[in-house]
Write a protein that binds this ligand. Structure first.
Ligand code: ATP
Ligand code: MG
Length: 396
């Protein structure tokens, strides 16, 4: 008898009129994420996504792993469907959960009846099934307050379902319900975490990476693509726009006062990212900036680098401690790749004494010898677009 997954919806249950749109998006995301694992039917009923393998060749364990990282799911369980009668329910529990019960010590049964036509109340179902389990296993005690194991019985419209304890899901909102945003993705620890956090708030993510060959190597670029792919475990897929930044950085080096190098460079990054965002239907930028972390992350520096952007710039890490950011990077699996020692273009031509409290006037003056439009136009003409998806193993 086959196993199916029930994914319970999180915050989206609360969203009133938008609920249908949220559910449709989540179903679409789950369908997309199940594709590499075989043929699965995905449908939503009673605020629950059902994921059902359609044949024996489906990779059920792979699909289960993927479901654990889908945003919009608050908890999930593997369960077995059966007929809606007590004998079938009890038999299914013995077959499916018998081993878990054998080593549990104490247990209880918790039932939920969303099919109100079923003739027994949930309490009566729990008592009857709990009684049968206890009779069959004299060593097992019933403990309704602190059971070592809980058996769940759900009587739903299509079937009854039995399962053990549910696992927490990835939480958040379904990727895409909030629109799309462009992340400035470096090879560091912070920007992949920032991407994850905003994807969790329902944004579809696109990325831009600035690459300064030969000052930064092909390995540094591969590392960024690998990081993007790791983040797609949560957000499904991503396009990385790789912008060749060498000419711009050399022009800055040759034409601007050294203390402004980083600020001018970051203004080019923001400007190009915003243009790409417009082209690709992204309504905001995302960065991994963190107040006070480095010279270019002071309030004054952020004012100057954000001045030419007129869409929101989301900085989900701005007020966090580095330790907490590192903990998230570890949890989502990006840390080990982020700490590989390849250089970023931010470390090319770094000023010895960067300006930490710049004014916009000073920076405009510092960049006045540059032909900004021509430099940006040329960089935009040579963008390499790389599509990444988690199940595609190319890259690192
Ligand atoms: P990260 O760990 O994300 O690299 P960081 O602490 O090293 O961040 P900076 O190097 O000052 O900080 O960069 C701040 C933000 O600017 C990054 O989080 C990222 O969003 C963006 N950024 C930096 N370098 C690049 C790059 N080469 N391409 C795209 N975005 C970049
Ligand atoms: Mg960096």
């Amino acid at each position: 008898m086959k196993e199916i997954f029930l994914l319970k919806l999180g915050e989206i249950v609360l969203k009133g009129a938008n609920k249908r749109q949220f559910e449709n998006r989540l179903r679409q995301n789950v369908r997309h994420r199940m594709k590499p694992y075989g043929d699965f039917d995905v449908y939503i009923m009673q605020s629950t996504v059902y994921v059902e393998p359609m044949n024996e060749s489906a990779d059920v364990d792979g699909a289960w792993e993927a479901c654990r990282s889908i945003f919009g799911v608050v908890s999930l369980c593997r369960c077995r469907p059966c007929e809606k009668n007590l004998d079938a329910i009890y038999r299914t529990i013995e077959e499916y959960l018998g081993d878990d019960l054998d080593c549990a010590g104490s247990f209880k049964v918790e039932s939920k009846r969303s099919d109100k036509a079923f003739p027994m109340t949930s309490i009566a179902i729990s008592q009857e099934i709990g009684g049968r389990i206890a009779d069959a296993r004299p060593n097992l005690t019933v403990d309704v307050h602190h059971p070592a194991y809980t058996v769940y019985v759900e009587i739903r419209d299509l079937s009854a379902y039995v399962h053990g304890p549910a696992e927490p899901g990835a939480g958040g909102l379904p990727t895409g319900v909030g629109g799309r945003a462009m992340v400035l993705l470096s090879g560091g620890i912070d920007s992949p975490v920032a991407s994850y956090m905003m994807a969790k708030r329902g944004l579809e993510i696109e990325a831009v990476h600035f690459f300064s060959y030969p000052y930064t190597s092909q390995l540094a670029k591969d590392k960024v693509i690998a990081l993007a792919r790791l983040v797609t475990r949560y957000c499904g897929r991503m396009t990385v726009n790789v912008v060749s930044f060498t000419e711009i950085q050399e022009a800055i080096r040759d034409n601007c006062p050294e203390e402004f190098f980083t600020l001018v460079m970051r203004r080019f990054m923001m400007d190009i990212a915003q243009r790409l965002a417009r082209q690709d239907g992204c309504g905001a930028l995302i960065t991994g900036e963190n107040l006070g972390q480095v010279a270019s992350q002071t309030m004054e520096a952020m004012t100057v680098t954000g001045a030419l952007v007129d869409i929101p710039i989301f900085m989900p890490l701005v007020g966090m401690d580095k330790k907490d950011i590192v903990d998230i990077a570890r949890k989502i699996g990006t840390l080990d790749t982020s700490i590989l020692p390849y250089e970023d273009c931010c470390t090319v031509f770094t000023p010895k004494h960067p300006k930490t409290k710049p004014t916009l006037g000073q920076v405009l003056n510092a960049e006045k010898k540059l032909d900004r439009e021509a430099l940006i136009d040329r960089a935009m003409e040579q963008i390499e677009r790389i599509r990444v998806a988690y199940h595609d193993e190319s890259g690192f």
